[in-house]
Design a protein around this ligand. Structure first.
Ligand SMILES: Cc1ncc(C[n+]2csc(CCOP(=O)(O)OP(=O)(O)O)c2C)c(N)n1
Ligand code: SF4
Ligand SMILES: [Mg+2]
Length: 348
């Protein structure tokens, strides 16, 4: 009797025919258990599930353990590992050169909140189309755990130093300054983080996502407010986040009044189910109040803190031409020599 060869099961692919493995990057060199690795996994899942062409993505970062992460996802994307704190200016230049590409930047609380705070501020107020993830562990992991500007007042660092300065709240800053998508999550909250990342992919403006991401080596001890144990006990979810991409059937049925429904730029839908209070994620003052009140209680408000799906972004403000600047011929972007000669003559 001849044996019948088994046909291998077809490989699972997404809507553009790619497998999950095609969204991965190099093997991580970060510590086992580092929150940053879990965020990388969610980024891979989000881009795969949204069916984003990885070759149309630009990855940016500064310096830090967190800033090494872009090497671990989307290895077919373009990547620029810049200087400490200076990722936003590189991202701005690249996005203006080709606004048809999708930009994702990964930063750390030191990279974004200390040396890079000036760049962070101007990126938020420009509402540059960019997903900017801050992997927030309250310390400088790469340089052995010194306190960072997001370390809470009174917390104890591993070396015994007690933090004697009030923290920066990067979400509050982003809301205040003009970012149109501001969220906070926890690396350990798989469902919430994935929904937020997918919504960010659908948004056209600055998506500032602060993800609390414990550093198991330097900041996971008692006395730290960025440890796994503390964050799990003090995570105050403001509402369940569900995201339905434009290419899936929107058949979500929620009780009226309990859910905010938002239409995203690309036709996707974002559903924010209110858990604790009657929270309006489009009200800037309410967002700031929420952040202040939860911080005063020693809690982290997580979820979709603030969103304005239709706010003009930096490309709209500059009224850029549809053709990416990088693709315009020299004859269009550069005045001829005769114009320069004329100017020089006027200055004589
Ligand atoms: C101009 C400059 N200053 C200082 C450093 C040293 N340095 C490297 S990473 C880092 C902080 C990293 O902290 P964070 O951004 O929070 O990333 P993490 O390692 O915690 O993920 C510092 C101070 C540097 N590389 N370049
Ligand atoms: S030192 Fe901390 S932040 Fe850096 S890889 Fe290790 S656990 Fe992660
Ligand atoms: Mg850090």
């Amino acid at each position: 009797m001849s044996e019948v060869a088994e046909t291998p099961a077809p490989k699972k692919t997404n809507r553009i025919g790619l497998e999950l493995t095609q969204y991965r990057g190099s093997k991580t060199t970060l510590c086992a258990g580092c929150g940053h690795n879990v965020i990388t996994e969610r980024i891979i899942d989000a881009f795969y599930e949204m069916g984003v062409d990885p070759t149309r993505v630009m990855k940016f970062s500064g310096i830090g353990c967190s800033s090494k992460s872009p090497a671990y996802f989307l290895n077919q994307a373009h990547g620029f590992n810049s200087v400490h704190g200076r990722m936003p200016s590189v991202a701005t230049g690249a996005t203006l050169a080709n606004h048809t590409m999708m930009g994702i930047g990964v930063s750390g609380d030191g990279d974004a909140g200390a040396i890079g705070i000036g760049q962070f501020v101007h990126t938020m107020r420009r509402n540059l189309p960019l997903i900017l993830i801050v992997e927030d562990n309250g310390c400088y992991g790469l340089t052995k755990g010194q306190m960072s500007p997001t370390a809470d007042l009174g917390t104890k660092m591993k070396n015994g130093v007690v933090v004697d300065m009030p923290p920066l709240d990067l979400c509050a800053l982003a809301v205040e300054l003009g970012a149109s998508f501001v969220a906070r999550s926890f690396s350990g909250d798989k469902k919430q983080l994935l929904a937020i990342l997918k919504a960010a992919i659908a948004h056209r403006g600055t998506c500032m996502i602060d993800v609390i991401s414990p550093c198991v080596t330097f900041n996971d001890h008692e006395g730290s407010t960025k440890s796994y144990a503390y964050v799990k006990d003090h995570d105050e979810e403001i509402g369940e986040v569900s995201f339905v991409p434009f290419f899936e059937d929107i058949t979500v049925d929620y009780e009226p009044g309990s859910t905010t429904q938002l239409k995203m730029h690309d036709g996707s839908a974002l559903y924010l189910r209110k858990v604790a209070e009657d929270y309006n994620p489009q009200d800037k003052i309410a967002a700031l109040r929420l952040l202040h009140e939860t911080a005063a209680r020693g809690e982290f408000a997580t979820g979709m803190i603030y969103i304005q799906p239709d706010q003009d972004n930096f490309i709209d403000t500059l009224n850029l031409v549809d053709t990416p600047l990088a693709k315009l011929p020299q004859s269009v972007v550069r005045p001829p020599k005769s114009v320069l000669d004329e100017m020089m003559n006027e200055l004589k």
